[in-house]
Design a binder for this molecule. Structure first.
Ligand SMILES: Cc1cc2nc3c(=O)[nH]c(=O)nc-3n(C[C@H](O)[C@H](O)[C@H](O)COP(=O)(O)OP(=O)(O)OC[C@H]3O[C@@H](n4cnc5c(N)ncnc54)[C@H](O)[C@@H]3O)c2cc1C
Length: 500
């Protein structure tokens, strides 16, 4: 069999692989890039518009990014970091819009106010404290706070109508939050990549094995699910942007760096409403407080969604447990991922996260009426007939070794790469697609350190694409005039300045 060669092979046609391939093509237009996807279409797993919430996570509304400390103070370091990360992602998108590589922004991102809504004395006190702490910082200076019911009725009429008038409520609002169709971003990025001769998109094809080969190359074995044909490629650099499929592929590669890693799959469902009269009356993403014992990604929210021109409301997610690592994966995924090296960490996580497992089992057993009851806590007058239950994407949380607890469960994402820097992968799920650009920059810096050294050609190009890359890490939290410039540019180019 003839073995073809490619400089870069990215596995999976989701937002991560599409972004990395686009960045690499900008940094080195000479690279030949091959993208391999097991399904017959791109962005059909977690990146699909209907499988995620499309929140441009900027920590404006997500209360789980700001925890209350035992002394009553609010920890905001994570919120500042996530906010910087999304601003970085938007800088890259703004650059691509200006370059014509992405179309007019309303095709993939729309202004959608980000609001947090709580009820009850304790929660109102927490929200006010959070607001006062965050607004001391330039990144959150435009956040508004209100306990006034008339103001809240203007911000979120569906949430206020039919509510107990004696209930103490409060909300915060950032007018320039966003709803992102990550599936559209991916599609446009791949369409643009396809305009280059040395980019190849291979659909209906599973990467079934990968092993180190001669000359420092990787030997990638692929199987076409439609023709049943096998194909082998040699690649100089491989990125496993395979979502839930990344861990099994890393394991197949046999590299030491994967030892001890395991996966904890969490499935999800939404209630979706497409009734125009209801949809038109809500504009924003309204995030509440997660119930005690629930995982961070199950914070309830009522969201405006605009997906390929179609408007809808989405409420959820309702978490669940499934042994699949991908929606279109196998029930055996979890069991097949168990190795001698990750068995102890996995057992340790199962034993020390009993309340999480109990919570997930309870969620799986919820009936339609309990889903609707949860919705009515936010939207008291919701009508059963307007809402249908739909599946959300599958997340695989990271399990890894821990010197103290043997194994720990992580809810973030992690870039894993081999010592020789020729194989890399993105594991984990949250905060997800919003941090795609900083995550891919981290990966590039790890795998191509010389090319990204100070004053090296790639570094100069990176600064051209993303202004904040010309400054030290964390600069957007320290340099208010840079933040102002970057934010104004992002809001203008991506047309996120709020409508009245
Ligand atoms: C319920 C839910 C809500 C979310 N909400 C948000 C949100 O509001 N905001 C946000 O920023 N993020 C959110 N996320 C996270 C976001 O959706 C993901 O981080 C992002 O889509 C992951 O992209 P990806 O490219 O890594 O993976 P995916 O989109 O899953 O793509 C991986 C691709 O790899 C393919 N693949 C797998 N194995 C193989 C193989 N062996 N060979 C070939 N192809 C393979 C798969 O078919 C798939 O197409 C949410 C996720 C979920 C599940």
């Amino acid at each position: 069999m003839e073995i073809q060669k490619t400089d870069v092979l990215v596995v999976g046609a989701g937002i991560m692989s599409a972004t990395l391939a686009s960045m690499l093509k900008q940094l080195n237009p000479e690279f030949s890039i091959t993208m391999v996807e097991r399904l017959d279409s791109i962005a059909a797993e977690s990146t699909s518009g209907w499988n995620n919430a499309g929140t441009g996570h900027a920590a404006y509304c997500e209360l789980n990014y700001t925890s209350e400390q035992s002394d009553g103070s609010i920890e905001i370091a994570k919120a500042l970091k996530i906010n910087r990360a999304f601003e970085t992602t938007m800088q890259f998108w703004s650059f691509l819009v200006e370059q014509g590589a992405l179309p007019s922004p309303e095709n993939f991102i729309n202004p959608t106010p980000h609001m947090s809504f709580v009820w009850g004395e304790d929660n109102v006190r927490f929200l006010k404290n959070r607001f006062e702490t965050l607004t001391q910082h330039a990144q959150f200076a435009d956040m508004e706070y209100s306990e006034d019911k008339d103001t809240l009725s203007q911000w979120m009429p569906l949430i206020m109508e039919g509510r107990d008038p004696n209930q103490k409520v409060a909300a915060t609002r950032v007018p320039y939050g966003s709803d992102v169709n990550f599936s559209a971003v991916t599609r446009y990025l791949i369409e643009h990549l396809n305009t280059h001769d040395d980019f190849e998109l291979v659909l209906n094809t599973d990467v079934v094995d990968l092993k180190p080969d001669v000359d420092g190359l990787w030997r990638i074995e692929m199987h076409n699910n439609q023709t049943d044909q096998k194909r082998v490629l040699n690649a100089g650099f491989v990125f496993l942007g395979a979502g839930g499929g990344a861990l099994p592929l890393l394991q197949k590669s046999g590299v030491n760096e994967v030892l001890g890693y395991g996966g904890f799959p969490v499935s999800g469902q939404w209630l979706v409403c497409k009734t125009p009269e209801v949809v038109e009356r809500h504009w924003g993403k309204v995030y509440g407080k997660a119930s005690i014992g629930s995982p961070p990604m199950s914070v309830p929210h009522l969201d405006t969604r605009i997906i390929d021109g179609q408007k809808a409301l989405l409420f959820g997610p309702f978490a669940g447990f499934s042994t699949k690592f991908l929606i279109q994966g196998s029930w055996l995924d979890l069991f097949k991922s168990i190795r001698f090296s990750n068995l102890l960490p996995m057992i340790a996580v199962a034993l020390s996260n009993f309340s999480l497992i109990k919570y997930l089992v309870k969620e799986v057993l919820q009936s339609r009426s309990s889903h609707l009851a949860a919705l009515r806590e936010y939207f008291p007058n919701a009508q059963d007939k307007d809402w249908t239950l739909a599946h959300a994407g599958q997340r695989v949380q990271i399990i890894k070794k821990d010197p103290n607890k043997i194994g720990k469960l992580e809810f973030g994402t992690e870039v894993v790469y081999t010592k020789d820097k020729t194989l890399s992968a993105l594991l984990g799920a949250s905060p997800g697609a919003s941090v795609v650009v900083p995550a891919m920059i981290e990966l590039l810096e790890a795998c191509f350190p010389e090319k990204l050294a100070e004053n090296a050609q790639w570094r100069i190009k990176l600064k051209e694409m993303i202004e904040s890359q010309g400054y030290p890490k964390g600069c957007l939290s320290r340099d208010d005039s840079l933040l102002k410039r970057v934010r104004e540019r992002n809001l203008n180019i991506l047309k996120l300045t709020p409508k009245s």
